[in-house]
Unconditional design. Sequence first.
Length: 697
Amino acid sequence: MSTPPSQATKVKAVCPHDCPDTCAMEVTVENGRAIKLRGAESPSFTRGTLCSKVAHYLERTYSEQRLQYPMKRVGAKGEGRFVRISWDEALNEIAERFRNIAATDPRAILPYSYAGTMGLVQGSSMDRRFFHRLGASFLDRTICAEAGAQGYKATIGASLGTDPEAFADAQYIVIWGSNPVISNLHLWSRIVEARRKGARVVCIDPVRSLTAEKSDWHLAPLPGTDGALALALMHVLIRDELCDEDYIARYTTGYAALKRRVAEWTPERAAAETGLAAADIEQLAREYGQEGRPAVIRANYGLNRCAGGGSAMRAIACLPALTGHWRSPHGGILLSTSGSYGVNDAALERPDLYPADPRFPPRHVNMSAIGNALLEETDPPIRAVMVYNSNPVAVAPESARVRAGFAREDLFVVVHELFQTDTADYADILLPATSQLEQHDIHKSYGHLNVMLNTPAIAPLGEARPNTWVFRELASRMGFTEACFQESDEEISAGAFRKDHARSARIDPATLAAEGWQRLDVPTPYAPFAEGGFPTPSGKCEFYSDMLARNGMDPLPHYVPPHEGPRSNPELAREFPLAFVSPPSRNFLNSSFANLPRFRDAEGKPWLDMHPADAAARGLSDGQRVRIFNRRGAFHAWLRVDTAQPGVREGVVSAPSIWWQKLSGDGNNANAVTSQALTDMGGGATFYDCLVEVSKA
């Protein structure tokens, strides 16, 4: 008698990657192996579709490149040569090294992690508890969003805004510093719906992105000048009486001071900074301020990666309060929905575990300047780094400094990863990590209003283990006896959201287990600030911020020019006249997926987009291999020059990123030329504040 076929089961999962969509996934499992993955139909935001990267997530999970067991370095750092060891041997050595360093000064130990997984359990729970209890240096996780978040918070009060679902009925949409066709696919589908209903879509981006191509109007300011544009828009709105005076009087503070500030920001002045035409600035303001037509802004973090990133976002966040567009559920502004969630950070991370030892006051290290920190920090010097959920050698700015720091023979480096990344090549101990299909997690989102539960679909491959398991084991070996180190992943996720928070109080573990998701307790439609109620100290949209004033900062929106710009730094621009940006590649997600054949083949090779006039001035042609360089370093790419529809404006070059350095062709990527200089707010990275020159390779 033949054996009956096994019964396939379907498991609810969540995409873990650094993307606002936080998609619901359905995994089909047969005989313990995941055989199919698709976007779940519910919740409605995902609509059964996944991006072209995550649609092939099984290739990532079952890749032959997956790390299968712990390893120890042999040979020089950076060579990437390892021998297999047991988990006990690996964990015992890590614990012994950490214990010996901590006996002198625990702050010499540094965690380095970011958004390799966005889950609250695997991304920011047991790891934080471990390093807090150890008394290690704090990592300031600033590399992506901190400048914009701080500027937005100074105006709005928190990362709250328009419901992404409501974009489908907006009448005027401004996409500012974002490329949702690639990086926010499910919001883009709502924008397409709105456009079919007659909405006008405007894209503001130095690069002619896929989103810009598909919009009704593309404006291309010079990188780092968005703040000047926003101030000029306010100038025209106020001058031409396009503001909602009733909304301003009821729900804002500091209008008179703002009015005086923006009076000096004429369209002509902003045109000189941004490289836009003054007439276009006038037109944009008139269209945006049109009465009776709800307008919504989708702002994103592309515009905050420059010297004035915080101030620029602050100025942009003022616009919907000036015009009263907050009155409509389909108006306002969306930067991130992450502040909508009542995440119980204290329970997840346990900062109370940090030892109160006067000899070792807390020390913070900014991840955006990790190269300098590893080479220059002396109080105390960093003696050990544990990297997980990140690939700093590839993704951190000024990579020559980063590599030099990780190459120190006296630096003990532990890397917990799925693959042997650029950073993994510098590890002393290399540990195999689980994929999302092999671990439990719970997720908030920064692009919708649902809590999502990820259930493991398959057993860990090889000897891979999740972050939480690794840090529980290390805590045990370090002698940490607190009960929180015994909590299971399921127990951690059950307490991830506050029960005293208006929007998350009704989050129910049983509902999450049954459905895989639950919407926050907000109405539909949702107009968060239709009648004020901003989470600022005043309860109003703060054009004037007392908080900023108390911290010695300009309390009003203002313009901070780029560190490296043709007007702000003319001497440097004479040597390196091209403004350089490195936006996300369509086929990679930061450095994730960049090692897998499907996505490398689709991307082809490292590219540099250049305007035809700039190429002609240098004797360069389409398809040619070129060298991009400045005083910090250099990398090579292949030139793309589109004479019909240039991919960038004149004076700007763009290199879609992030390639692994060892797979790029010359051992470098775009971060060879980026700077460790920081933003005006939040200490963020300034990836898009960079001048270069380009020559034949």
